[in-house]
Design a protein around this ligand. Sequence first.
Ligand code: ACM
Length: 262
Amino acid sequence: MKIAAVQFAPAFGEVEANLRTCRNLVSSVEADLYVLPELALSGYLFESPEEAHSLAQDPEGSEIGAFADLAAERGSVIVVGFAERAGEAVFNSSVLVGPDGRRSVYRKIHLFYPEKDVFLPGDRPFEVVEAAGVRLGMMICFDWIFPESARSLALQGAEILCHPANLVLPYCQDAMVTRALENRVFAVTANRTGTEERVGKELTFTGLSEIVAPNGEILAKADTTGEAVITAEIDPGRARDKAVTPRNDAFGDRRPELYRLD
Ligand code: ACM
């Protein structure tokens, strides 16, 4: 199968324009799975929960519906980050839409710095979704620094980690090589680019979206600033083989009975 990471700079507050950019980028390259950045429709630096709520989407609403239509049109799976309106609450979420109309939502569990003033933290466990014949796990941006995120998904059988991101610190892209390697899974980090200057803050997002194989090989990588759709042809079955050497299995050799939690 062919998998893709879509990289661009969402314009703050321009939901319709960002949706058009997403649609154009996805339509520019054939793939079976597309992963797009975190908060791809709204932008990142909100001044308040109320502002985030006003720019948020209902997962059953028309904007996410537009991604479902795109997935159906292309016979593909799309994972995209968005601000999720849930009654009065707003979560930093991603949605997986399938060509069959399925919509699965993940709510970011580990919120990063300014997000803590705006979003509620995710309230549901990491979960694997089967779509297009593969087992997909969603995690969002700063979830990377907690190895439990990728591990939990991989132990549940995820073959590909779908990782929408708005990265500002310089460590994650290197770290995702280890997340892929230690779990023997594919990892697709779709990061945004550009700078946002709002509410007395300025953040520059680092791009460098990447697709990593279960042996840690970087199969595709974008640059720091450009709009890009990077792709890789993969056999997801590779992620079911956890062998590291003929006598070592990354999961079979775990010793959870000796991993003290306190
Ligand atoms: C991040 O979690 N957006 C850094």
